[in-house]
Design a protein around this ligand. Structure first.
Ligand code: NA7
Length: 537
């Protein structure tokens, strides 16, 4: 129900996902008056919206979980190594109740206007549900993968069957059993949803534009001994995560340069990683895979060999082999039987790179090669990543500048935390931070603690606004680019670089220099009296 009266609080948090909930908990501890607006009707963010069959986290749940409360991490039991969406949603609901966060949240309240009011130096926040709130600070806990990308396929409005984007999967599910189903998209989401749908669909057509590299998850029930071991060592392991480039603990050997190993040994090492239980291992086996094209190609070719082994039809196997971008430069996926699915009689892979989709029709989908009749069309077409959730919110800063315009050529930011001209607006997992290339729960706790300390500092010293300058953000963005250019990441047309959205500026948006180095830098900035920030009384 909309509040029509206007309220004043210290902080508005936008979003009640993992970051938003921790923000509420942490800021309340600082004695601040906080309110959260959440577009959904429940908590969980990504894990609330993405309830498509097969949705699952691709990092171990003992790691991808909160560390802020000792008892919580001791009490909680994860049934599986990599949790499915349902278990993540259960966990986040438990956290909301356990820490009594729910009453600070207004559900079904999508923020549609964030305006910095220069006269009073505060933010005016409005929601679609009619809330109006004035706040000194805003925390954008809006997630890097929230703004759904529905490509503008001609005729999409004419489709008479069921059309659904994976991130808007209805709670009651979609009835596809025995039906003719199409899935567009073969990123991490496609990789998860395809094997599940194939199990009961009458026939499944997978429309692939770019093949993906995906590693078997080897998911399994959580081994009780493994769980005990984690619970005994959580303190030190969380500390290790803070000092790891991907905020992870990887119980593995590293092998230096791939060129230091003869081919048969390379194969042995890669085989072991394939049998192990994490796709991320492939990034760390050898130092040079993400930096040296020849090193990357050795692993990529071995990978293609795996696909050719698993997929029986050689033409289908070839079509599934990624050849146009280095391994790891688009998100490496982990799957449960993805390649094997293409051996099923009821599954057909369709190449829409060679024969692009021309339109959606009343009865299905047409490519330059012909029409496919479908009852259900699933869009696993991803997100306007990193910036979309913010640019779609209609944010205006000093001088009425719209964030969307400010970011037209590049998502200017300092440390992924602030944008010049948008004082007291703090981002979690913003562009310029490690975001999706490191484990995100530990990262959100780190960033939120950092922001909360800055807010404490401001409150204690009577500081009204924290901003930065365009020079400072330019310098940081140059650094982000420079670090990315030392790797192979920029070689792919990925959403990391904004390449998946028509008309979006091409700019590599993620800090790939490691979460550890990023956090060290943030610590240093704070220790030097918030270097690069402009703090005004
Ligand atoms: P992704 O990784 O952006 O994947 C989207 C997929 O959809 C990808 O295969 C795209 O092909 C395909 N796509 C997008 N637009 C089109 C059009 N117009 N025609 C055909 N195919 C299209 O999104 P996900 O949801 O899978 O994963 C997002 C992240 O969530 C993931 O990385 C994890 O971090 C969790 P393309 O590659 O652009 O050729």
């Amino acid at each position: 129900v909309a509040d029509t009266t206007s309220e004043t609080v210290d902080v508005v948090v936008v979003g009640a996902g993992f970051s938003g909930l921790y923000a509420l908990h942490r800021l309340r501890r600082s004695g601040l008056d906080v309110i959260c607006f959440e577009a959904g009707d429940g908590v969980g963010g990504t894990w609330y919206w993405n309830r498509y069959p097969g949705a699952r986290v691709d990092l171990e749940s003992v790691q991808y979980s909160y560390s802020f409360d000792h008892d919580l991490q001791q009490d909680w039991h994860w049934p599986e190594l990599f949790s499915p969406q349902e278990d993540l949603e259960k966990y986040i609901n438990h956290v909301a109740d356990r820490f009594d966060l729910r009453r600070m949240i207004r559900f079904g309240a999508r923020v549609n206007r964030l305006e910095f009011d220069e006269e009073i130096g505060q933010w005016q926040v409005s929601t679609e549900a009619g809330h109006r709130v004035t706040a000194k600070y805003v925390i954008a806990a809006t997630g890097p993968l929230d703004a759904t990308n529905i490509p503008r396929f001609p005729g999409i409005e004419n489709f008479r069957g069921t059309l659904v984007h994976t991130s808007q999967w209805p709670e009651e599910g979609v009835d596809y059993a025995g039906k003719r189903v199409g899935v567009i998209g073969t990123g991490s989401t496609g990789v998860q949803v395809v094997p599940e749908i194939a199990k009961t669909a009458g026939h499944l057509h997978v429309f692939q534009r770019t093949p993906v590299y995906t590693v078997p998850a080897n998911n399994q029930p959580l081994d009780p001994a493994y769980e005990r071991d984690w619970k005994q060592h959580y303190g030190e392991r969380r500390e290790m995560m803070r000092h790891h480039p991907n905020a992870l603990v990887l119980p593995m050997r590293q092998y230096g340069s791939i060129f230091d190993h003869p081919p048969e040994e390379q194969i042995k090492i890669l085989e072991e990683a394939w049998q192990a239980r994490s796709g991320v291992l492939f990034f760390f086996l050898f130092d040079d895979v993400m930096r040296n094209m020849a090193a990357n190609e050795i692993v990529a070719e071995w990978f293609r060999g795996k696909i050719r082994q698993i997929v029986k039809d050689p033409d289908v196997a070839e079509l599934l082999c990624p050849k146009t971008y280095p391994l790891g430069t688009k998100r490496l996926s982990i799957d449960s039987g993805y390649y094997e699915t293409f051996n099923r009689d009821n599954v057909t892979l369709v190449d829409v790179r060679g024969n692009p989709i021309t339109e959606i029709t009343a009865n299905g989908l047409r490519t330059t090669a012909g029409e496919y009749e479908l009852d259900v069309l699933v869009l696993a077409t991803g997100f306007d990543a990193m910036t979309g959730s913010l640019t779609r919110m209609n944010v205006t800063g000093v001088g009425g500048v719209n964030l969307k315009d400010k970011w037209a050529d590049k998502p200017w930011n300092y440390l992924g935390l602030v944008v010049s001209g948008f004082p007291n607006l703090f981002m979690i997992h913003g562009p310029g931070s490690p975001s999706v290339v490191a484990q995100m729960v530990t990262q959100c706790e780190y960033q939120m603690d950092w922001i909360a300390e800055l807010i404490d500092h401001m409150e204690y010293r009577g500081i009204a606004t924290a901003d930065t300058t365009h020079d400072t953000e330019s310098e940081w963005c140059d650094k982000v680019t420079e670090v990315a250019n030392q790797t192979l990441f920029p070689l792919a047309d990925s959403w990391y670089a904004g390449a998946n959205i028509e008309g979006k500026a091409r700019s590599f948006m993620i800090w790939v220099g490691g979460f550890d180095a990023f956090a060290d830098k943030c610590d240093e900035v704070a220790a030097n009296g918030y270097e690069g920030f402009v703090l005004k009384p």
